[in-house]
Design a protein around this ligand. Sequence first.
Ligand code: ZN
Length: 254
Amino acid sequence: MQLRGAVDRCRAASAAKISPHRSKHAPGPLALRGRAFRGTLLLTHLHWDHTHGMPFFRSGTLPGNRVDVYLPEQGVDPEELLARAISPPHFPIRPKQLGDGWTFNAIEPGHHEFEGFSVDAPEIPHKGGRTFGYRISDGSGTLAYLPDHNPISLGPGRDGTGVYHDAPITLSKDVDRLVHDSQHTAAELPRLGFLGHSAVDAVALARRANARQLALSHHDPWRTDAEIDDLVAQHAAAPVRGFAARGGMVVDLP
Ligand SMILES: [Zn+2]
């Protein structure tokens, strides 16, 4: 199973892309090598850094494309909802003008099937709009995707970094890889937690859920590469191995 998680905080296309196509090409942002994308794009929520990369998703605009976009149901037509930010005067075109190959759909929390993958989508505490996490599996490999998660909104919890509530633990239980919000450090959380994100201490969540590997994602935009390397090194002895997710990274699962 191959899943492409575009977690580039700068180019702002953070979503779980599911395609039944298995690429043998080298990892990198051009993994599709000029071929059209045919698959499903799962949006966890609609903040700018998770949607504004869509019009620049080159493989999604090539002839022969099929891009089925799914986002959390919130009582408004999904294309109309996206157009609130992707339309004039903010942007030259609306989402539907990306082409006939694009569809825009809404899903409720629960279990779904996409492209032959099993997808569980519970609601996750974040800030400013309904947010889902995703657990995606093809029966042999499983990935949990929680790029924006604010457990401290439910209370400080035992470690002061948020409550270990059921949704992320169930979502991450025994997964091969957990991709998780790592925007802040525990020390920064009292000052910046109002923004709706997590501390790097997601490593404790990964341990509780028995995740096999943790991809630290959604880093603070001001964090330097050296600082991110240092944060990863601080958790090098943790029972769950962690690494820093980066834009263009392609993750192969068992
Ligand atoms: Zn967000």
